[in-house]
Design a protein around this ligand. Structure first.
Ligand code: C2E
Ligand code: MG
Ligand code: MG
Length: 626
């Protein structure tokens, strides 16, 4: 219809004005009947989607050019009258293999998700292309429905099957590869850690859940979870050397992957913690052997850039079987095992058992409560008097931390200090002790100007770069003379980190502080090395003082240590003096100072202050404040 005839007057009102009146159904049938085969072929070939029309016997009635393109075959491969099996076979001739369909295919039918189970038994033993054909036909039977599959070309297709009036099917194939790629990318970024490219916690949990379900179906199936902490067993260095692009972490991730089977899952959970899922192990022994190999490989030095670094990893193992409970319980077990691997096991590997859980729960509870205790000021420093043996009077105190737990009662420092050392808690705890002691030094200096307070310093505090600055700030803040503060450190630290130790100790001594080596003789320092160490005093370990009156060997050692220490300009403290005989002997051997229950137990600050006020009173039987 000419445009002018409808466009006059009121102008264009509806699209129909342009196109003319719509055809009704009867007219449309007439028009379609008049369309020649050529036109029809042209119409079909111009469609952007692949189209396949099958009759009730699944024989091809019509197909368009796009269909052949989508399946990577020539249009001539698809012939009218061929069956679906022949069609799939024809594609296979050209090397185009259909991807294997899952046993259960999810389809959309009437807007609902439905599962179509593939005819397994019927296809067993068939060649691949025949199996593919049978499976496609099973899907065609489900018409009308929609589903997605990968074409032999590797492109993703959305397949819509519809019934024709004659019991045949029209199948429309739409290329959705772009969307799939976008979805895959998004899915990958949601399920993977961007730094290492490894699966993240979400994906790891999903795979572990599948493994757990498999165990429930198959009671003989076993799997293992490893929690790997790369910085697990290193006492002083808890973070990896991470350069640009987290090279250290990535190198460790690749090594972990390399150590396990391609089917195992290696996931990056957070920081230095990885998780591995070994879906299919024969027993706990095999799991341990694999863990040992992984552990040994991670201990090999890493070359990153021009530098090299080594790890002290810890691995916690939990075994999953049909009785394993839920995933969270299993993962809690793995965490408990990791805790034990970190702090208790000799080789950095531990496998979960129930008894382990009880122990670790107590440790975690103490760690947690200690954190709160520190925040809420529930810790207290006690002060144990130290006697000047020559003058027979108080020389100073050793400050010792005390914690009264609301449920567990008093917890000795031997228990909570190691836990604080294993976490970063020792840093604030150590700072707190230094502050408290400095406050006492300031207060007691006003009463008596000749006393010191010794504070215990843990090796971890030396690893913290701020120690020297912290001490300086604290001394300035309280306005105390530095020589009134003594720092006690154990000899093991000096042996394990000689460079780190001497740099910090030199700086602290330069500031005027006194450094004592604590528990001397209990560790490994040889007497021959003493002269090279920057100490002012040496505290002879209690084990040598004990029983000195009965054991000649102990007396010889105490005498020898004292003589040598004096020769190199160090003073000597006898620790753990419990009897008069021990005090007399310590004095006879020339020990300068003595500390022990005989002379006074550790007491709260106010009680210690009473001693400070009476410093000049003669000490009866050398017992202070008894
Ligand atoms: P240490 O530094 O060697 O302290 C001496 C320990 O021996 C103290 O135990 C003290 O109470 C005990 N002791 C003193 N005289 C005698 C005695 O005659 N006989 C016996 N059997 N024991 C005696 P305590 O207070 O339980 O402290 C244990 C360890 O905990 C300390 O050993 C020290 O290494 C650590 N510690 C205590 N407080 C702190 C602190 O604030 N920071 C750090 N890093 N460590 C601390
Ligand atoms: Mg000490
Ligand atoms: Mg000691």
């Amino acid at each position: 219809m000419p445009v002018e005839s409808t466009a006059k007057g009121a102008g264009l009102e509806t699209p129909d004005d342009l196109l003319g009146p719509a055809l009704n159904t009867a007219q449309s049938a007439d028009v379609l009947a008049g369309i020649t085969q050529d036109v029809l072929v042209n119409v079909l070939d111009s469609l952007p989607d692949g189209l396949l029309i099958l009759d009730r016997d699944d024989r091809v009635v019509a197909a368009n050019r796009r269909l052949a393109g989508l399946f990577g075959s020539a249009a001539s491969d698809i012939r009218i009258g061929m069956t679906m099996t022949e069609l799939v076979e024809q594609l296979a001739v050209h090397g185009a293999q259909y991807s294997e369909l899952p046993t259960n295919v999810i389809v959309m039918r009437d807007g609902q998700r439905q599962v179509i189970r593939m005819p397994d038994a019927a296809t067993a033993g068939l060649p691949e292309h025949k199996r593919a054909a049978v499976r496609r036909m099973a899907l065609h039977q489900a018409a009308p429905c929609d589903y997605e599959e990968m074409a032999p070309t590797g492109r993703w297709l959305h397949v819509s099957t519809r019934l024709t009036g004659e019991g045949g099917r029209i199948i429309c194939y739409r290329d959705i590869t772009e969307r799939k790629v976008r979805e895959r990318r998004l899915e990958h970024s949601i399920l993977h850690d961007p730094t290492t490219g490894l699966p993240n916690t979400t994906l790891f949990r999903d795979r572990a859940l599948q493994a757990l379900r498999r165990c429930v179906r198959d009671r003989t199936h076993l799997f293992s979870i490893f929690l790997v902490d790369l910085a697990g067993r290193s006492g002083t260095e808890r973070s990896l050397p991470v350069g640009p692009g987290d090279d250290g972490l990535i190198a460790a991730a690749r090594r972990l992957e390399h150590m396990l089977r391609p089917d195992d899952t290696v996931a990056h959970l957070q920081g230095c913690t990885f998780a591995c899922l070994l879906d299919g192990v024969s027993d706990d022994e095999e799991s341990r052997e694999i863990a040992e190999r992984v552990h040994a490989s991670l201990r090999e030095p890493f070359q990153v850039g021009s530098g090299e670094f080594a790890l002290q990893p810890a691995i916690g193992i939990v075994l999953g079987n049909g009785k394993a409970g839920d995933l969270d319980e299993l993962l809690r077990g793995a965490r408990v095992a990791l805790e034990c691997a970190r702090y208790e096991s000799h080789d950095g590997i531990a496998m979960f058992d129930a008894e382990m859980r009880d122990r670790t729960e107590t440790r975690l509870r103490i760690d947690n409560d200690l954190r709160l205790a520190l925040k809420n000021d529930e810790l207290e420093l006690y002060y144990q008097p130290i006697l000047d043996l020559r003058r027979g009077r108080l020389a100073g105190f050793e400050a010792l931390a005390r914690w009264h737990h609301a449920d567990f009662g008093p917890i000795p420092p031997d228990q909570f200090i190691p836990i604080a050392e294993d976490s970063d808690l020792i840093i604030p705890l150590g700072r707190w002790a230094l502050n408290q002691a400095a406050e006492r030094i300031a207060a007691w200096s006003a009463i008596h100007d000749d006393l010191f307070v010794a504070v215990n310093i843990s090796p971890r505090q030396f690893a913290d770069n701020d120690l020297v600055d912290d001490v300086r700030t604290i001394i300035e803040k309280h306005g105390i003379a530095p020589e009134k503060m003594r720092l006690e450190i154990t000899e093991t630290f000096m042996v394990e980190n000689p460079e780190l130790a001497s740099v910090s100790l030199d700086a602290l001594r330069a500031m005027g502080l006194h450094i004592s080596i604590d528990d001397f003789g209990a560790g490994y320092t040889s007497l021959g090395h003493l002269h090279a160490m920057p100490y002012d005093a040496l505290k002879i370990d209690r084990s040598f003082i004990a029983d000195m009156e009965n054991k000649r060997g102990n007396r010889v050692i105490v005498q020898a240590i004292t003589d040598l220490a004096h020769k190199i300009g160090m003073s000597v403290v006898a620790e753990g003096v419990e009897t008069d005989a021990q005090r007399v002997l310590a004095e006879a051997f020339g020990c300068d100072l003595a500390q022990g229950y005989l002379l006074g137990r550790p007491v709260p600050a106010d009680k210690a202050e009473d001693l400070v006020r009476h410093v000049n009173q003669p000490v009866a039987a050398a017992r202070i404040g008894a």
